[in-house]
Design a protein. Sequence first.
Length: 263
Amino acid sequence: MMRPFTDMMGNEILVNYPPRRIISLVPSQTELLYDLGLTTEVVGITKFCVHPQEWFRTKKRVGGTKTLHIDVIRALQPDLIIANKEENTKDQVEELAALFPVWVSNIQTIDEALVMIREVGALVGKPDIAGLIVNEITRGFTGLQQPTQGDNARKRVAYFIWRKPWMCAGGDTFISDMIHHAGWINVLANQPRYPEISLEALKDKHVDMVLLSSEPYPFKDTHIAEIRAVLPDADIRLVDGEMMSWYGSRMKKAVGYIKGLNS
């Protein structure tokens, strides 16, 4: 049975419902499909879809998120492809959309992530399980919120995603919204999505805490000393990028992780 669905870009697609051959092009959404119980329905994932491990070992890999192998995807003959505006390239998504139903997410906030989880649940015929996941995440983040103590009491945070050049998470990003919900202030919230910035320029931002993400750049202990030389008073930490930037069911685990960073 063909059913119409509208993705988060406003595009309408027709899906053979419920879909039986699904390809996920987004690691966080791949993990969501696993938690929705779609063990046999998912036939293809990217080389960055490392969770769950058994899928990473056994599912067909269709390239990287921005370097998809269209011929491999075509051979799998999916009846649904799940993509993302930021993680996948526009040209490749459009090429695939001419061949197969492609549902595209667009997420900058936790609220939008919760909408995505519900909509994907409906899209794949698992609305009840999706609802349970959303409820658990909502309860967790509600419990995470602290009473307002004024901006002066909130940690001022810079979240690094890249080196050479140094790049941070700016405003209008999912990471920035996570920072806000953790009870902190993103010192670059008024900047573009992923601004380049020098360490010297951060001196004027009165940074309390620097977070060095494990992805997409693999920050290590050696980089802490490099930043501490410029920001000696900041609390500098390596953080799990999956916990701070994956907007699927991993958000259930992110709540406890953020609590640990706040302790």
